[in-house]
Design a protein around this ligand. Structure first.
Ligand code: PLP
Length: 487
């Protein structure tokens, strides 16, 4: 494809993309295809000789479109959103054009320098404590996903503990043996409602993983008390808790862990790396009404949120802020001869390869910069507030039909979880003894058996309704189970 063919093809593609966005709301969200639909429609292998773009482009509509789930549709209500915007797409287009594996500053200074600047802007916009700015000992880096961030933080936490415990012990077999012993005892922690990425990171890092209880009685939040109890129990068994994921906006219900309480634990256990995962809800911190959540983060080690979830930056873009970039660099900086250069050696530049697991990296800050400039802070706040309001509106609609629905966790950052009510059992003569109603339809005056039956019926009915909605294909919802309640 030469430049004039590219011009024609790109114009055609842009026209199709605009047409797609203009009509996405009219399409059913879920595709009507069966597993394996695509292979029979494709040839056995790639063509021997190149094809004209005109032959290729038509196949996007013919073969790919029928198998797409339309995440950008307003009827897509599953998972967390994965926002997209035209400036975000333009950023991806330019990034593709400037294609580079910009791992060191000299590999493309603009890639590094723009990233440092926009990450500082974002830290400030989110009211993250100043220690997360690059002017001090901290700073931000863009990674692909929150899962990569959690893994990066967890491995850095593991290695930091080893450095702290083994101090000046010389490199060699003995140090490696001691480090291996220590790694075998290490335990990563996360709320029972934390995203599965923490457990996965522990598997990859070869450490143990343990959940911290976060029951309904504490609004599904990990409290400082519960975290401390878990740490103490593990220590009594001779194990080494070394990492904890605190969550702002848990995946199931958007619960927030008790950050103030966790600060007190952090003070007592400075060797435990505390990471705050705000993958989805973090975008709301752009709005001053949520920024009261930020001051405790100064006592933790790192923070992340996904701009690709709720801030109009196209996938992938997870912002990772750390308070001491040295903790990352001490873990990830390995410099063979071919990566040396005068700029790195001058100490005046940032080489983001030393803050992350891969070597190569994409020019993601470009799309962030374009989105921030196109919408402005006020435009982005308006966008977030609009979604929060929609969540509250939906919650209100459910509450206006308490005969049919029970809100299980009220609207939080746009997410409401609810159940379908089964018919109420008749009131018995002797009331129930349990006092933890799964939802508002319980009045606490049924017998335990009747209540158990009611809960079971509510779970079953809710699951049936959920399956029916998704089978229709028009809308797409997600269900989950929260402390035994199917929502
Ligand atoms: N953390 C939380 C709280 C999430 O809700 C999710 C996904 O929804 C993740 C982490 C993982 O995100 P990613 O797909 O960016 O790895």
């Amino acid at each position: 494809m030469d430049s004039s063919q590219f011009r024609e093809a790109a114009h055609g593609a842009i026209d199709e993309i605009i047409q797609y966005y203009d009509t996405v709301a009219e399409r059913p969200v879920l595709p009507n295809v069966s597993p394996g639909y695509l292979r029979p429609l494709l040839p056995e292998g790639p063509p021997e000789d190149g094809e004209p773009w005109s032959a290729i482009q038509g196949d996007i509509d013919r073969l790919i479109m029928p198998g797409l789930t339309h995440w950008q549709s307003p009827k897509f209500m599953a998972f967390f959103p994965c926002n997209s915007s035209y400036p975000g797409m333009l950023g991806e287009l330019y990034s593709g054009a400037f294609n580079a594996a910009a791992f060191n500053w000299i590999c493309s200074p603009a890639v590094t320098e723009l990233e440092t600047v926009v990450m500082d802007w974002i830290a400030k916009l989110l009211a993250l404590p100043d220690c997360f700015q690059s002017a001090g000992e901290g700073g931000g880096i863009i990674q692909g996903t929150a899962s990569e961030v959690v893994l990066t933080a967890l491995v850095a936490a593991r290695e930091r503990l080893i450095r702290r415990r083994l101090g000046d012990m010389p490199e060699g077999e003995e140090r490696m043996d001691r480090a291996a012993d220590l790694r075998g005892k290490m335990v990563a922690l996360g709320s029972e409602h934390a995203h599965s990425s923490t457990q996965k990171a522990a598997v990859i890092a070869g450490t143990r993983f343990r959940t911290v209880p976060a029951p309904r009685s504490t609004n599904l939040s990990v409290t400082g008390k519960e975290l401390r109890k878990t740490i103490e129990e593990l220590k009594e068994r001779g194990l080494e808790p070394f990492y904890f994921t605190a969550t702002i906006g848990s995946t199931g219900t958007c619960a927030i862990d008790d950050l103030e309480g966790i600060v007190e634990v952090a003070k007592n256990y400075p060797d435990i790396w505390i990471h705050v995962d705000a993958a989805y809800a973090g975008s709301a911190l752009l709005c001053p009404e949520y920024q009261h959540l930020c001051p405790p983060i100064a006592h933790f080690d790192s923070f992340n949120f996904n701009l690709h979830k709720w801030l109009l930056v196209n996938f992938d873009c997870s912002a990772f802020f750390t308070k001491r970039r040295k903790d990352l660099i001490d873990t990830y900086s390995i410099t063979p001869f071919y990566l040396r250069n005068q700029f790195t050696e001058s100490g005046l530049v940032t080489d983001y390869r030393d803050w992350q697991i891969p070597l190569g990296r994409r020019f993601r800050s470009l799309k962030v910069w374009l989105v921030l400039r196109t919408y402005g802070v006020n435009g982005l706040r308006k966008f977030i507030r609009g979604h929060v309001k929609l969540g509250e509106y939906f919650n209100g609609l459910l509450n206006s039909r308490k005969d049919l629905f029970s809100v299980v966790t009220p609207a939080a950052f746009g997410l409401t979880t609810f159940q379908i009510n089964p018919p109420k059992p008749a009131k018995p003569s002797s009331p129930a003894t349990t006092k933890d109603p799964a939802h508002e339809a319980y009045t606490g005056d049924f017998t335990n058996d009747a209540e158990a039956q009611y809960r079971e019926d509510a779970n079953r009915l809710t699951k049936e309704a959920y399956e029916k909605v998704n089978a229709g294909g028009e809308f797409f919802l997600t269900s989950t189970v929260v402390c035994g309640v199917y929502v």
